[in-house]
Design a protein around this ligand. Structure first.
Ligand SMILES: Nc1ncnc2c1ncn2[C@@H]1O[C@H](COP(=O)(O)OP(=O)(O)OP(=O)(O)O)[C@@H](O)[C@H]1O
Ligand SMILES: [Mg+2]
Length: 377
């Protein structure tokens, strides 16, 4: 089921598509990692690609990075086709993979310098760019320490810095904050917001609803290789789950009586109300502004004092549940590592390098300059 939020075309926004994906298919044996995905990322915006484990997020990023080839469909990034113009395409993208791609033994500065050199910067330029990015990502003090001594957040910031060396116009961030504590996650969010403010177009994959809400302009929800919903974050939430109206009576002890009144009033489309006596709060699921007004009018007409009114959109976890009928966490039943099959074209190997150590493999692969190279730009 696709929840068609809006079927607007890009032109309706007056924007051009920095990333344009049509009918993308990628199978691994029986596994349909991508099963006909369509999406667009407008220039200068952030698209959140939201999906549980095994949804196909990393596969999508790998196709869009030219690390693997799709079985069918097409994809263009900054106007370049993934199949016919992979080299041009690689020059305009930055990739922060799901797994850290820095060389542990090298210092932060050496990592960035090396990547700059791989991208053909002169020694002077590579040094200058490394220092600039270390400063930008608050890593100047740690610049000379080996990356293995970095905290999770510092490593992630180094990953982001590494992806920025080539001044990419389109950035892929594959689950940039998975495994980070909340404070560190906030730091990474700040950095991403800074990149967007500087004009980058971002395709961000995430399993965190909150992350999508914080960073993304629009969302594409994927599940088992298929797009199951798309739209703006607020639209998606409102469409799927309605809203919850919360009313706090002036006298908290009256919460139960207020809930009983609302539940028994037979207001059109208002199914009922829940009282939370401990909080002195009443919650009412509503679908429209008219219902909100009717509920508030009813309780005030009956003499209840109102201390506070609020409405909440449902969380994206609830949205996912509403769309798929199951919680976001439990989509993948198989064991991803156990089903690695490859397909005889060296793609499994290329995909493996994306997981394990981009910077190091970048050195080897870039010198080969073949089709499926790992590029840490
Ligand atoms: N090289 C491969 N060989 C075989 N199967 C693969 C390979 N890469 C991915 N898959 C399978 O394709 C599906 C999609 O995987 P993918 O890594 O794209 O998911 P994901 O959305 O990134 O998940 P996660 O959130 O866990 O990173 C999964 O079922 C996975 O097991
Ligand atoms: Mg992944």
């Amino acid at each position: 089921m696709v929840v068609a939020m809006t079927t607007r075309r890009l032109n309706d926004h007056g924007g051009t598509a920095a990333v344009e994906v049509r009918g993308l298919v990628k199978h691994y044996g029986e596994t349909k990692a991508l099963d006909g995905v369509d999406l667009q990322v407008r220039q200068g915006t952030v698209l959140g690609v939201l999906g549980p484990n095994g949804a196909g997020k990393t596969t999508l990023v790998r196709v869009l990075s030219t690390l693997i080839k799709p079985d069918a469909g097409s994809a263009r990034v900054a106007g370049y086709d993934v199949l016919t113009q992979p080299r041009q395409l690689r020059r305009v993208i930055g990739l922060t993979g799901q797994y850290a791609s820095v060389d542990e033994k090298l210092s932060g500065r050496e990592n960035l310098y090396m990547i700059g050199r791989l991208l053909d910067l002169s020694r002077t330029d590579a040094r200058a760019r490394a220092d600039e990015l270390l400063e930008r990502f608050s890593l100047t003090e740690a610049a000379k320490r080996p990356a293995m001594q970095y905290s999770g957040g510092m490593r992630r910031r180094l990953d982001l810095a590494a992806s920025m060396i080539g001044r990419p116009s389109v950035l892929y961030l594959d689950e940039p904050t998975t495994g980070l504590d909340p404070r560190t996650r906030n730091e990474v969010w700040d950095e991403v917001q800074g990149m967007v403010a500087d004009g980058a177009t971002v395709l961000l994959t995430t399993q965190y609803m909150e992350e999508a809400e914080q960073l993304a302009n629009e969302l594409t929800v994927i599940d088992r290789g298929r797009v199951i919903a798309e739209g703006r974050v607020a639209e998606l939430k409102a469409k799927v789950g309605g809203r919850t109206l919360q009313i706090r009576p002036t006298d908290p002890a009256q919460a139960a009586a207020m809930a009983a009144l609302i539940g028994g009033a037979g207001l059109d489309g208002v199914a009922g109300a829940n009282a939370d006596p401990a909080e002195g709060m009443v919650s009412v699921p509503i679908l429209s502004d008219e219902q909100l007004t009717a509920v508030v009018a009813l309780v005030s007409a009956r003499g209840f004092g109102i201390a506070h009114i609020d409405t909440h959109l449902p969380s994206l976890d609830e949205v996912f549940l509403a769309i798929t009928g199951r919680p976001a966490e439990s989509a993948e039943t198989g064991d991803a590592t156990g089903t690695e099959t490859g397909d005889g074209t060296g793609e499994a190997e290329a995909a493996g390098t994306a997981r394990d150590g981009g910077a190091r493999t970048a050195k080897n692969d870039l010198t080969h300059d073949d089709e499926n190279v790992e590029v840490t730009v």
